[in-house]
Structure formats: structure tokens, C-alpha cells
Design a protein around this ligand. Structure first.
Ligand SMILES: C[S@@+](CC[C@H](N)C(=O)[O-])C[C@H]1O[C@@H](n2cnc3c(N)ncnc32)[C@H](O)[C@@H]1O
Length: 192
């Protein structure tokens, strides 16, 4: 009972913290005039996914309450939520103005190639952090179906987005980006 009673409040806090901090960081880095509510990163698909995970949680809690009592698994999920959040926020702070929520398709003067800090270890720490965070939320709720579904959907989304984003990065930074991409992994499993 103790574990289940804290899962939904933890989830609520994780979501609020993620989106509100994302929004205020964007304002701090890009200035209020350049930030829209899109920086909250709440899309229709995202709301549907969150609604589905809540539904799964409530159904399983009603019919198999003991499933939700695996405290060590729920705590592993909470750990992943924190780690994912830290990785993503490190990426945003490190990249600064180069980190825009919409992918840039035109090179702007202030857009510099970032290869230091956390970008020394993975090319896409922001996406890596989000993948860990989102899957972590479902492990924290001990939602088996949503854990698998989130892993597949978020992975697929980034597996498609990374080549598109990198196509522009190669145009902007040429060989410098090519060399960087050769020596540093993407940070998303099975994406080169
Ligand atoms: C939402 S941010 C995500 C950045 C990165 N993919 C990540 O996961 O940390 C997308 C913007 O970051 C820019 N970007 C991605 N990697 C970059 C890098 N190493 N240096 C500078 N800009 C980068 C892209 O051009 C794009 O406009």
C-alpha cells in the first residue's frame, strides 16, 4: 500500500517539474519574446500517451493491486526519472542558445557547434535524457504495457528525428560535424 500511495503524486511532480523547468530554462536562455507555449513540449500525442498510462495504472491498481507494490522496481523508475531529468537539463544548459525546441533549418550566426560538456559523451543528450525520463515514469508506475509502448514510441520518434536534425547540422558545420559524429555515439540505442 505504501508504494502505490506515492506513485501518482510522484508522477504528477515529475511531469510538473519537467515541463515548468523546461519552459523557464527556455525563457532564461532565449528571452521571453522568443519563447512560446510550445516550449512546454505538451503535444496532443503526449497528452494521449499520458492519459493511456494513467488509465493503465488505475485499471491494474483496481484488479492487481499487488503488482504496484514492487517498491524496488518503482524506485528504479524514480531513479531513472531523476537521471533522465539531470541529463536533459545538462544538455540544455550546455548547448545554451544552440538548443532550440524546434529544429533549425537555417544557420543563424549565434548557432555554434557544441561538442563540450555532456556533448563529449553523446551527440544527443537532450533526447537521451528524455528517453530515460519517459520510460522511467512508466517503470515508476509499474505499468508494463506503457513501459514497452513508451520505449518503442519514443525510440522510434528520435530514430527518425536524429537523421533529419543531423542533415542540417552537417550542412551548417560541414566536416567538423562529420568528425564529431564519427567519434561520439548518438546516445539513443541502435541509432548510429
Ligand atoms: C531540441 S534541440 C536537441 C539538441 C540535441 N539533439 C540533444 O538531444 O541534445 C535541437 C536543436 O539543437 C541543435 N543541435 C543539435 N546538436 C547540436 C550540437 N552538437 N551543436 C549545436 N547545435 C546542436 C539542432 O540544430 C536543433 O536546432
Amino acid at each position: 500500500m505504501d508504494t502505490a500511495i506515492r506513485q501518482l503524486p510522484q508522477m504528477f511532480l515529475a511531469i510538473c517539474f519537467f515541463h515548468i523547468s523546461e519552459y523557464f530554462l527556455a525563457i532564461t536562455i532565449h528571452g521571453r519574446r522568443n519563447v512560446t507555449l510550445q516550449s512546454l513540449l505538451i503535444s496532443k500525442n503526449y497528452i494521449v500517451a499520458m492519459f493511456f498510462s494513467l488509465l493503465e495504472y488505475l485499471v491494474e491498481y483496481s484488479f492487481f493491486p499487488e503488482l504496484k507494490e514492487r517498491w524496488w522496481l518503482s524506485n528504479l523508475g524514480l531513479f531513472l526519472v531523476v537521471i533522465g531529468e539531470v541529463i536533459r537539463k545538462m544538455a540544455i544548459v550546455t548547448a545554451g542558445r544552440s538548443f532550440t525546441h524546434l529544429i533549425k533549418i537555417r544557420h543563424e550566426e549565434h548557432h555554434k557547434l557544441v561538442t563540450h560538456g555532456i556533448y563529449r559523451f553523446v551527440r544527443h543528450p537532450g533526447y537521451c535524457g528524455f528517453l530515460i525520463w519517459s520510460v522511467g515514469t512508466q517503470i515508476m508506475l509499474i505499468n508494463p504495457i506503457s513501459t514497452v509502448a513508451y520505449t518503442l514510441v519514443v525510440w522510434r520518434f528520435f530514430a527518425g528525428r536524429i537523421p533529419y536534425e543531423e542533415n542540417y547540422l552537417r550542412r551548417f558545420f560541414g566536416n567538423e560535424y562529420g568528425q564529431y559524429a564519427q567519434r561520439v555515439p548518438s546516445g539513443i540505442p541502435f541509432v548510429k
